[in-house]
Write a protein that binds this ligand. Structure first.
Ligand SMILES: Nc1ncnc2c1ncn2[C@@H]1O[C@H](COP(=O)(O)OP(=O)(O)O)[C@@H](O)[C@H]1O
Ligand SMILES: [Mg+2]
Length: 258
């Protein structure tokens, strides 16, 4: 089982990447769960799902019932094993999808029933060896707390050629260590530039690959089509990244079980 979180600055291509990667992994035989964890909620279209499921945070009563307790306390391990079947949808290539919705949070991460529920979901929802979870995260890093990132095997930061996006990667790198993310890697999207990769490597962030700027991807987005259902030229670069990502995961899981 692998759990991957996709992060980065706003607009760099997190959702595009999450959608394509989910479907490529499904085509490889993984049992894929794609989670839209961005309050903006637009992962569905990049997966080719026309009708996304309702966000989990809409089910306030269910969350209260399972995670809440009278007096404002909450349970640490609410029941979540049926959540994907009940509240998810299945899209092209058999990818299952869940939408988290908007979770209120305080300064250091909210201790409310909804976030307890979502944390438990991430920890427990997928149990099969052949499973892969891809989480499309909110832009930036402010939301990265120990809770949401617990159990993530690999965090991928999407970077576009540009200093601001590289700075975001640097901050993510610093914070990732603090919140217990063990492995961080980068994907360079929207163009290649000889400057970007060395900078990332210097920061200690390995680069899985680069995706060229592709007007096809923008057209697909405008038409509300998933890149894999449109005539997009650069799918090969996504496939190469998927392969190096699987290779990296294999390497570190072998080292960790030794
Ligand atoms: N390699 C690329 N070339 C050109 N446009 C891209 C590329 N990757 C993503 N885009 C476009 O950039 C915009 C933002 O992408 P999106 O995946 O929504 O970013 P994020 O989720 O990080 O905010 C979309 O219009 C998308 O189609
Ligand atoms: Mg997005």
């Amino acid at each position: 089982m692998i759990k991957i979180a996709i992060t980065g600055k706003g607009g760099v291509g997190k959702t595009t990447f999450s959608g394509v990667m989910s479907r490529l992994l499904a085509r490889d035989g993984y049992d894929v769960l794609a989670i839209d964890a961005d309050p903006d909620m637009n992962l569905a279209s990049s997966l080719g799902i026309a009708e996304p499921p309702r966000p989990l945070t809409d089910y306030k009563e269910l969350i209260e019932e399972r995670a809440g307790e009278p007096g404002g306390m909450f349970k640490y391990n609410p029941k979540v094993d049926d959540v994907v079947d009940k509240f998810g949808v299945i899209g092209p290539d058999g990818v299952k999808m869940l939408v988290m919705g908007t979770v209120e949070r305080g300064g250091s991460g909210c201790m409310c029933p909804a976030s307890s529920f979502l944390r438990a979901l991430l920890r427990h929802v997928v149990l099969k060896d052949s499973s892969a979870v891809i989480m499309d995260m909110e832009a930036g890093i402010e939301h990265l707390g120990r809770g949401t990132t617990k159990g993530i095997d690999l965090m991928i930061v999407v970077v576009e050629p540009g200093m601001r996006s590289i700075e975001t990667a640097e901050r993510i790198k610093r914070l990732a260590g603090e919140v217990g993310v063990k492995h961080l890697a980068a994907v360079i999207n929207k163009g290649t530039s000889s400057d970007v990769k060395p900078k990332l490597v210097e920061m200690g962030i390995p680069v899985l690959g680069e995706i060229p700027f592709s007007p096809d991807l923008m057209t697909a987005d405008f038409e509300g089509k998933a890149p894999l259902d449109a005539d997009v030229e650069n799918i090969g670069s996504f496939i190469a990244i998927k392969d190096s990502m699987l290779e990296m995961i294999k390497d570190f899981s072998e080292n960790e079980t030794e």
